[in-house]
Design a protein around this ligand. Sequence first.
Ligand code: SAM
Ligand code: SF4
Length: 314
Amino acid sequence: MGSRVDYLRISITDRCNFRCTYCMPPGGIPWKPHTDILSFEEIVRFTRAAVAAGISRVRITGGEPLVRRQCVSLVKQLAAVPGIEDLSLTTNGSLLDGFARDLKRAGLGRINVSIASLDPARFFRLSGGAGLEPVLAGLASALDAGFSPVKVNVVALDGIENGLGEFVSLSRRRPVHIRFIEHMPIGRFDGGGWGFIPRERLLGELRAFGDLAPAPSPGGGGPAQYFQYAGAAGTIGFISSMSDHICGGCNRMRLTADGYLRGCLFSGDELNVRPFIGGDRQRLTAIILDAIDAKKFNRGGASPGPRTMSQIGG
Ligand code: SAM
Ligand code: SF4
């Protein structure tokens, strides 16, 4: 096994108000019935057991986490779990303007906003018909509410320009950390069949806008490598899951909204832990430890299985 597993991504819903072309098929996917989705009580119980198994950092994801009712209350409950040192959330930003301050008050530490393009027409196309304005308002609210660092996730897609110039300009003006993520062919629809843009090619294109010097990580402990334009308020990072073998440094587990524990994005191996959540906590911790032990770094070897990114949580 590689590095110590201390990071858990918890998907709190499979539902989403976007239809990003790289995440789910154009017609969307049937949502799971509410009864299939873990309750807040179950999520918190699982998290307590996970802390005993070595987890100290939790990221809330989805689907779109902010579409789940009372999500601020869940944030508050997770922030209060002893042993959770870092609580963060990944969102498409569309509802963030209305939630940023309450999330901060509830104890959320960090926010990532996913934005595929800062050009309204491209954004409309890539998000499956959503508007960019509310997302930008959400990003601004996250900064105003005092979140730091605020990161922007950009899935870099070959065959369409994400619009690099606008991202360069944002990183110069605002203290946001833009991370280009290589597209991953996950799920029964292969992530929409897009190609990924390797980091070296993107770096070359970004250098056309000015010198980029290596920069320290803004924090969060993920696998990104960072650079910065001279005098910029923010940074530019790369998460190269396809062109780099980052499996050996992988420190994360994933809990799906319907209660399956999964060790790897690229492997469909998962364990239904829901039946154990209501029982003895030590037994649940032992089951989580076994799943961590079984975590295979089998990128390229195994099948990622049928779940879309929105059903796993990214
Ligand atoms: N709805 C939230 C959002 O978009 O941030 C959270 C869930 S989303 C599944 C989590 C992350 O997965 C997002 O940053 C999104 O850009 C990323 N993602 C989705 N499909 C992807 C793909 N095929 N390859 C790489 N990243 C992907
Ligand atoms: Fe929804 Fe996020 Fe997937 Fe886009 S990437 S469809 S916002 S879950």
